[in-house]
Design a binder for this molecule. Structure first.
Ligand SMILES: C[S@@+](CC[C@H](N)C(=O)[O-])C[C@H]1O[C@@H](n2cnc3c(N)ncnc32)[C@H](O)[C@@H]1O
Length: 387
């Protein structure tokens, strides 16, 4: 038996239009002087280098530097909204009666509320209260301005409230217990000063951050952490996952089980948990800007973790193996096709022909439990015939 549910369902036409309409709203709300506009691609490349290869040179002030902040608003924010819009619909947020409190840590220019507005339009009339926390007040202010411009542009009345808190993460804040606690693209900044090699310091930070996140969630609250799909952030997420499981939280996604993580990353050659999503549905204007900044995008990558304080509702079915597909298709000897997956038995190698080709990264499969254990000599993965 094969059941297929994807983590990244195709974007609906409405969401696609919403992201396209975001770019002119940004332009209108934060008009750029011509001399800045000509240098925008160069400034985007500079900020991209600072946020990736040259992280040690990055100080907390890039959000306060008008030149870099404009680059963030016009390039990083829309791409982050686009990545979140691919992910959020599959996470099936629950709308309960009464106001739902949502905490967004490291909110910057309110990227998460903007993405929820665009990707989950069915929630626009739900009574959501966002608590956006960031050490940079200017970014939060710009985010509030952008959010109001976006909702005004749509002509829709919303029941949402947005509260901002200029504070460092870990600072004591009086926040109501949250139905959802989010941290998007912020963990990377928490450990940028740590030694790049070794896991010990990263593990200490993960323990502290996991406690801080779960202390903000209500008894039935969920926690969503999203990071770029690079090895170090993925390793951090894997450590966070271990901490959450130790605290008794249940893992909702992307993992198909709560067993030890099969893709910790961290060591040379070790696989890390991340997803590559085709970027061809993103707005043409954003692709044009990315190409001008010498950062053309065919795919975007992300790693994420969704956990819940509710007791696990997922039960494994006898004789069935739950598998999350985590790689693109690749050729195997004998004209077969392979894809890696993750399951309770660790890494899996799905092998077959047309069906394996058809799966996508993020697909969730329920396969018949293999009767024999055959391991791939190269990767050690459990080989599963998936046709
Ligand atoms: C890369 S931006 C992400 C912004 C937004 N979440 C997004 O996805 O576009 C990281 C944000 O985290 C904030 N930040 C980093 N370290 C922080 C800390 N220790 N306390 C509070 N905010 C922090 C920065 O000011 C910045 O706005």
């Amino acid at each position: 038996m094969i059941v297929e549910r994807s983590l990244f369902p195709p974007l609906s036409a409405g969401v696609r239009r919403g992201i396209e309409e975001l770019l002119p709203v940004i332009e209108k709300t934060f008009p750029l002087k011509w001399r800045f506009s000509a240098a925008l691609p160069k400034n985007i490349s500079r900020l991209s280098a600072l946020l990736t290869k040259e992280r040690s040179e990055l100080n907390g002030s890039y959000m306060s530097d008008p030149v870099l902040f404009n680059a963030y608003l016009r390039y990083f924010l829309p791409w982050n909204v686009w990545r979140l819009s691919r992910l959020l619909p599959a996470l099936r947020p629950e709308v309960t009666s009464g106001t739902a409190e949502i905490v967004d840590l490291g909110s910057g220019p309110l990227t998460l509320p903007v993405a929820v507005w665009i990707a989950l339009p069915e929630l626009r009339r739900a009574p959501l209260r966002f608590h956006c926390v960031d050490r940079n007040g200017a970014a939060l202010e710009a985010g509030v301005k952008l959010f109001h411009a976006l909702s005004a542009e749509s002509g829709e009345k919303t029941a949402w409230q947005v509260k901002t808190y200029r504070a460092a993460l870990g600072e004591r804040l009086k926040l109501p217990p949250a139905a959802m606690v989010c941290a998007v693209n912020v963990c990377n900044e928490l450990f940028q000063k740590l030694p790049q090699a070794g896991t010990a310091a990263l593990a200490v930070n993960a323990k502290k951050f996991a406690h801080s996140l779960s202390s903000l969630a209500s008894d039935s609250g969920r926690i969503l952490v999203v990071e770029p799909g690079a090895p170090r952030p993925a390793q951090f997420l894997s450590l966070l996952r271990g901490e959450f499981i130790g605290q008794g939280l249940s893992v909702e996604a992307p993992c198909p089980s709560s067993r030890a993580c099969a893709m910790m990353g961290g060591r040379r050659g070790q696989k890390w948990c991340h997803f590559n999503i085709e970027a061809d549905g993103a707005p043409p204007l954003l692709h044009k800007l990315s190409a001008a900044a010498a950062l053309p995008k065919e795919k975007v990558t992300l790693s994420f973790l969704l956990v819940s304080k509710k007791t696990a509702s997922r039960r494994s079915t006898p004789g069935i193996l739950d598998v999350r597909v985590i790689s693109d298709a690749f050729p195997l000897p004998g004209g077969m096709t392979g894809r890696y997956g993750c399951c309770e038995k660790g890494l899996a190698l799905l092998s077959g022909d047309s069906l394996v080709e058809k799966y996508r990264q993020g697909s969730f499969l329920q396969l018949e439990m293999p009767t024999k254990t055959v391991r791939d000599a190269k990767s050690g993965a459990l080989v599963i015939a998936a046709d």
